[in-house]
Design a protein around this ligand. Structure first.
Ligand code: IMP
Ligand code: MG
Length: 177
């Protein structure tokens, strides 16, 4: 795809090898017990598909839909669940699988929500992290890549629902966030 507004930031082969490393690391950290991987729709679906296959152990996979309200309201922490989980988390080790941590508002809200369901533990795996943008504290245990404060698309990430199916992660120039 040739689009003058796109510049490759992380090529597909680097994404692939980093996810393989993450899968091995996470598998070592959870040698036993039930591990529930929870994919945050829709951006994390590509990461989930590859990370779950990089795991060297059995996992449960489940999906959760979250929508953040408009820009002004996002920092107030107003987040809505649009699709809830199918499987109970009681007593399970939970791994939230997210595409990108930006302000941290979404994950901060989600951690609080899922903690109420009495899992054994909760950790976060995020493919991308933009630490400069953080407004809500959130501890991300597994990070694929730290990136600068730029708007990125591809490998699941979108701009107005476009560009998710790019193989590479690209900076989108001129995106009005
Ligand atoms: P947060 O609550 O600000 O951390 O929002 C995280 C969500 O914002 C992510 O799950 C993405 O859906 C979206 N997001 C943040 N930065 C980007 C980006 O650079 N490209 C595409 N989506 C982004
Ligand atoms: Mg998202």
């Amino acid at each position: 795809m040739t689009d003058p507004n796109l510049r490759v930031l992380i090529p597909a082969d680097k994404i692939r090898s980093r996810i393989r490393e993450l899968g091995e690391q996470i598998s070592r950290d959870y040698p036993t017990g039930n591990l529930h991987m929870i994919c945050i729709l829709k951006g994390a679906t590509y990461f989930m598909a590859d990370l779950s296959r990089a795991m060297r152990r059995d996992v449960f996979v489940d999906f959760m839909g979250i929508s953040s309200y408009g820009k002004a309201k996002r920092s107030s922490g107003e987040v809505k669940v649009t699709k809830d989980l199918d499987i109970s988390l009681e007593g399970a080790s939970v791994l939230i699988v997210e595409d990108i941590v930006d302000s941290g508002v979404t994950l901060n809200y989600l951690m609080n929500l899922l903690e109420q369901r009495r899992p054994e533990s909760i950790r976060i795996a995020a493919l991308l992290d933009k630490p400069e943008r953080r407004v809500s504290p959130v501890h991300v245990h597994y990070v694929g890549f730290q990136i600068p404060d730029q708007f990125v698309v591809g490998y699941g990430l979108d701009y107005a629902e476009k560009y998710r199916n790019l193989d590479d992660i690209c900076v989108l120039d001129g995106a009005a966030e």
